[in-house]
Design a binder for this molecule. Sequence first.
Ligand code: 6PG
Length: 234
Amino acid sequence: MAEEIIKLAGLAINDMGFFSIGLSGGRTPITLLGLLATTYSNLVPWSKIHFFWGDERCVPPDHPESNFGTALQTLISKVPIPSQNIHRIFGELEPSKAADAYEKDLRDFFFSNSERSYLLDLILLGIGRDGHTASLFPGDSVLQEQERWVAVVSAPSGVTPQWRITLTLPTINAASRAFFLVSGKEKQPLVHYILERRPNASSFPAALVAAKNGVTWFVDQAAWDSAFDPENPS
Ligand code: 6PG
């Protein structure tokens, strides 16, 4: 995935002079971010890349559950990204204020580059065990939002942190490309439900992602093959 991101970045920078990427949250991207910060760091034109987020938890950036905090520790603090290229969601603010501020940042940035037929060049996404992506959870009314680019979401009971800020589905789908990064056996049923387009797949928000120039899934062996047994690899 790191190599594919670098390829897309090169194409976008040649075409428009910059590359805009939306990072996903959770734990799965940590290895990828670490690779970009080390092995691939010299191949990345950091000053021309703008970082956004698909979602954020309503916690301060130094909180262990902060998606920005995770990216700061694993990537941003290790490479020369200009501060004006970091478009974080202010999780420390009151949620509606954080959502309004992020929506303004997105609109200002993309309206100043309005000759594009899409928003983010690339959005990275993960998938939760319930089929959520970003902070779009199954059955949430936010899935019907067509006007706002950014929304406040209360996660399902038992999911913490409860309050989150998320890109809405139309904004995710306004990206040129979407990459899903999926790892772990517990996600295997979802991956097959969605990729094999089984009847109730559309009940999973991750199945509703349809970026303008395609969605690519990067799935590890454990998340692909339920027969995969780490103790007895075939
Ligand atoms: C978040 C993410 C969320 C995440 C999935 C998978 O803020 O939680 O954006 O959509 O990608 O929950 O999380 P893991 O990678 O930790 O399994």
